[in-house]
Design a protein around this ligand. Sequence first.
Ligand SMILES: Nc1nc2c(c(=O)[nH]1)N[C@H]1C(S)=C(S)[C@@H](COP(=O)(O)OP(=O)(O)OC[C@H]3O[C@@H](n4cnc5c(=O)[nH]c(N)nc54)[C@H](O)[C@@H]3O)O[C@H]1N2
Ligand SMILES: Nc1nc2c(c(=O)[nH]1)N[C@H]1C(S)=C(S)[C@@H](COP(=O)(O)OP(=O)(O)OC[C@H]3O[C@@H](n4cnc5c(=O)[nH]c(N)nc54)[C@H](O)[C@@H]3O)O[C@H]1N2
Ligand code: SF4
Ligand SMILES: [Mo]
Length: 699
Amino acid sequence: MKKEIYSLCFMCTIRCPIQVTVENGKIVWLQGNPHVPGIEGAMCAKGSAGLTMQNDSERPPYPMIRIGHRGSGQWKPVTWEEALDFVAQKLKGIIKQYGPQSVAWGERANLITDLSKTFMKALGSPNHFTHDSLCKGSLNTAFRSLTGYPDTRIGLDYKNTRHIVLYGRNIFESLEIKPVNQLLEALEKGARMTYLDPRVTVTAAKAHRYLQIRPGTDLAFNYALMHVILKENLYDRDFVNRWISGFKELRIFVEPYTPGWAEKETGIPAQEIINLAREMGAVKPACIFHFGYRASHHIHECYFRRSIIILNALMGSIEAKGGLFIKKGLRDVGVKGVRRFAKGDFPKSQTERFDGAGDKKFPIVDTGNGVAQMFPMAVLKEDPYPIKAFFCYRFEPLHSIPDQNLTKKAFEKLDLIVAIDVNYSETAWNADVILPESTYLERTDPVQVVQGLKPQIFLRQQAVPPRYDSKPGWEILKGLADRLGIGGHFPYHSIEELLEIQLKDTRVQIEDLEKKGFVVFSDKEIFWDRKEGIEFKTPSGKIELVSSLLEENGFPSFPPYEPVLTPSEGFFRLTVGRCAIHTHVSTENNPYLNELVPENRLWINTEAAQGLGIQDRDLVEVASSQGKERIMALVTDFIHPEAVFMLHGFGRRVPAQTRCWNRGACDAVLQENISDPVGGSPALHHTLVTVSPVKKDKY
Ligand SMILES: Nc1nc2c(c(=O)[nH]1)N[C@H]1C(S)=C(S)[C@@H](COP(=O)(O)OP(=O)(O)OC[C@H]3O[C@@H](n4cnc5c(=O)[nH]c(N)nc54)[C@H](O)[C@@H]3O)O[C@H]1N2
Ligand SMILES: Nc1nc2c(c(=O)[nH]1)N[C@H]1C(S)=C(S)[C@@H](COP(=O)(O)OP(=O)(O)OC[C@H]3O[C@@H](n4cnc5c(=O)[nH]c(N)nc54)[C@H](O)[C@@H]3O)O[C@H]1N2
Ligand code: SF4
Ligand SMILES: [Mo]
């Protein structure tokens, strides 16, 4: 019998709505959910490889407890009862000796996050953190400093835009299906696209204007854009008068940052900057300066992200068709919202967080996310106290936190490492216990609320029974909580009961979600009235260019521009990114995707390579102050001579992942663990490296 199940993809974090066709208990087809406008059957290569992930024989098949030394790969298969008993027993001992704050939980935020936060609150530990600082922590801080909203509350109206500027937002490779389709629609209607990147990417190839910016100088480019916009009165006067405070201070600040000055810094001709400012002014407010994810990652990142948001504000492209909008939630349509378990009654934690978020080290960083990259330092220095137990849930710190050797050293000081994963991640391989989670095709998860112009609720539904002895996250957490005497915070016995609790106040039933996979709460797109109705969450109710959040915590709103270090002779700036075929550190061992992109290569400029005696496809050694890696060179004119580039996610050393084992280089081995002190993100592009050919006889 054939059956269609509507669910959510999870081959990457975007969670596109999908349709799963199941015949005789087996998945026979995967595609985008045809009921969802903007997806309509579309899926990317990674999504299509979901089936090979589910069927992969190189996944951890049952719970395991380590018997050899860490990383030796010697495991004892155990039952779930044994595994959970073991973890609970160890945890009790650690909490007794060091207190509940000695337990940390790191995860890539997902549909279980409400439950894992509940677990940590019930234990009495403040140390729940997500991957967010590693991805867009400084963006979050930048948005809160200007609008009072975190970045997750801001959306982009791609389909109506008339001109989009992308700062290394390599949107046609680092994909999200719906935005890509919407942007393509806008481009077909005549929208323009400007793209800045030291590297010629697929997105660069599709842009109307491609600017090969000197790495790390986007902030200078933006200050010069603002200079022209203010000088030539290209901004949206009504919007600025009504919604912006600190405009005068901005005018004084950008006065010295002329296009001529920026040309020297960025390598982009002054006239290009002037032309872009004029073009954006002509189509405002239906224009977007994309605030992005990655691109220029330095210790001034928060100010770079602020500069992008300020450009949107000047153009009035906030809460505007074809610009940015504030996402509307269920409350905006008069619905009470999904119940959160983590909002229950918990004893207040007695201690500060280990990472300093919302405290001395990072006073204005979002405590809902924390500062992941502080983990190794906190463990090693026992600052502010010892951390002894670490749960990694859908998180691979050995590759996702810069300076792998430092993170490995920190692991040595831990008494308990538990990895909850669907793969043998490097962290799982170096853990004490592996708890295999059922894959997204084998489990139903708590609901997903999608805020936007039309608020929605989506459901990930189990399509087939688990192939191996795995369990869904909500069940693992409940099993642990029961053993630790905190099971009362998880008042469900099945996923149906869990969903019923979540949906109680929403007027939606599980059956409504099952029909098409989602429920929409509004027929029309909700834009607030631009004259009077925008609710900014800052103390003044305006976009605060001079930010109360920054100033009250001792940070200037407009620090003078400070250039990133120019690499001296023989050094390159190490830049990293993603490709369309892989997800971060998750898919490199997938049979299909591995075949398409089996390893990463080092992009290096042709002239620079010639100077070093390096030819295309030569094996080279890349060295930084932190480590060394070997990788095959990709000699090309399509990268700025100051930079080298490699894909993130390779250089994996887990023998059980035979397809990607020892293929390519790991960026985290090379990167220094250093942070933007204001925004909280790691400066992933701070590191300078040397590149040298490996002699053929030393291969
Ligand atoms: N060095 C370096 N560090 C980086 C980056 C970089 O470019 N370079 N990029 C940063 C960015 S943008 C991000 S978003 C983060 C991402 O950082 P991570 O979250 O660490 O990376 P992912 O590859 O998304 O997934 C981590 C783990 O989740 C597992 N997993 C996948 N699906 C499931 C599931 O359904 N259940 C469970 N339990 N586990 C699952 C995968 O097998 C993998 O081991 O990394 C950041 N850190
Ligand atoms: N296929 C695929 N899609 C994904 C993901 C995935 O893993 N795989 N992950 C998702 C996630 S979590 C994220 S965060 C996003 C990331 O989305 P993006 O930020 O678009 O992705 P990256 O691939 O990190 O691309 C960064 C680009 O910045 C460029 N760059 C480096 N230095 C500079 C600089 O100084 N200035 C400028 N302007 N550019 C610079 C690099 O050359 C690179 O092309 O992608 C999302 N989509
Ligand atoms: S972008 Fe691709 S991998 Fe990510 S959720 Fe969508 S279909 Fe799946
Ligand atoms: Mo990310």
